[in-house]
Design a protein around this ligand. Sequence first.
Ligand code: WTA
Length: 631
Amino acid sequence: MDIRIRSFKEYEQKYAQSVDEPDSFWNEVAQQYIWRKPYEKVCQWEFETPDVQWFLGGKMNITENCLDRHLAARGNKTALVWEPNDPRVGAVKLTYRELHEKVCQLANALKSQGVVKGDRVIIYMPMVPELTIAVLACARIGAVHSVVFAGFSANALSDRINDASATMVITADGLNRGAKQVPLKRVVDEALESCTTIQKVIVFDCVGWKPELHAGRDIWWHDAIDGMALSCEAEEMDSEDMLFILYTSGSTGKPKGVVHTCGGYMVYAGYSFQNVFQIEENDVYWCTADIGWITGHTYIVYGPLLSGTTTVMFEGVPTFPDAGRFWQVCDKHGVTVFYTAPTAIRALMACGLDHVLPYNLHSLRLLGTVGEPINDEAWRWYYLHIGKEKCPIVDTWWQTETGGIMISGLGGLSPMNPAHAGFPLPGIQPVLLDQEGKEITSNEVEGYLCIKYPWPSMIRTTYGDHERCKHTYFSHYHNHYFTGDGAKRDENGLYRIIGRVDDVINVSGHRFGTAEIEEAINANKYVVESAVVGYPHDVKGQGIYAFVICDSMPEDAAIRRDEIIETVVEQIGRIAKPEKIQFVTGLPKTRSGKIMRRILRKVAEGDASNLGDISTLLDPDVVADIVKGAQ
Ligand code: WTA
């Protein structure tokens, strides 16, 4: 059954149906998939506990829907195009049949290494086809995958392994990133020094480094799959069995493991992909995200494969060997739909049109953005110079926790307004709440963005800590899922996302909790205390500004800054590096000891003229010093 909406009128009809009769709406959507055993009930929910279940009693396997289902009609169609980091190395193409075989082969290897249904497998890999194969092989046998972005440090990796009590790591010897290579296996070895649950490590030979293998624990990928059958019966999963855990930052402490389950995630991934991108059979679709983030999970792997689409996977970075790389790849593979992050657009915009003009970009028909608000200038540049004024842009708002795109235009059908995500997808019921938690029903308003009805791919729990899920997302406002974002609704009802209202900083579309970065900074032996805020950054959207108290004022501030950055890199990874570090003798605290971040934010934004009332501070004098020393 076709689930694609083909006109704005149809969108309005479907939206109304999804609100009036949600069960019948979702039942229609879910019918396009293979269910080994049909579900008995579409949805059962309450947001108090919370307890949300979709497609109850249904049995299925997502890989059967991603792969087996397409073999008859699309067996020879390209499923995956892999474009390597180095343009001189040839691209790799896998048909649906080849991908199916490779997934089955690795699935058999995982089983023979002792992995069983329900086991957690950490995947810490470069952006190579084997990463996609590893994800799908886990899903094939019912193992729970948890992909950890390969830029995270050994510390961050071991935290995630321990939180998930994982039994296996799948990794590679190293990875290629622009002109650099990174030794992944070495990071894994270091991480495993503080992990006790890992029994096996599978190592893919990516860069030819031949690292030392620990006898009894480590095995080469090629040895593990050697002699394994190319078919593997898919494990029968319950709709509500866990499919994956993905760690993401929140406003407090350590990252939390967002849990997604099999049935609902599958239904929403395919549905949202086909509608937002208005997918046609011959599309060549490219999402430039990394599979270490939710965007890669849903819109490189699952959404496209569920839809029988050709999906492009890119190993490299936008600026290597030069800032024309994205556009060269678009021309080379005839990309029709291109989906990227505003931060990448801004970075490439800054490199100038000389890197765009050599490419014709004729194949493109639709553009997308994700991860952070896009500013007007970047939107216009993208529309004019990449889309040549003929490609609609979908600005897609969603989160790790939502599993799929929630608010976005449907490619070309919906009204488009720069920097506005637009309308919710049918099935999604966003609301704006005021301070008191009352719904604001009119337009031209601003409030806290919440969702008042469940959707199939919503977060089920935070792994190992359901209470945390409850208080993070369901306790702020009774009977609502709280997104952590503030938003406006314009006179036409289009949503515009403003950004986080909690202590989360969005750097280049990557989420970090201020507490998480402060903890990392505090791990430096000279640091007594620190406070971190975000500030507007031209390319990254937000940059990290750290106010740091050391045991004594450093003699050489530059050296101390480097040491602190090194500590953050060790604790989390290079992506969490503070842009600015200011040494201070005190922090603005209330009498109850709470840091007044509002003041620090103003200073970081370079706007110290109006700091508001500071008389309630424990020591108002520290503020003058902070303002004086601001960078
Ligand atoms: C932000 C990424 C504005 C938002 C898919 C959200 C956006 C957080 C947009 C989730 C957008 C994502 N416009 N802001 N189109 N998309 N965000 O979990 O603050 O990595 O809460 O998921 O990114 O980030 P996450």
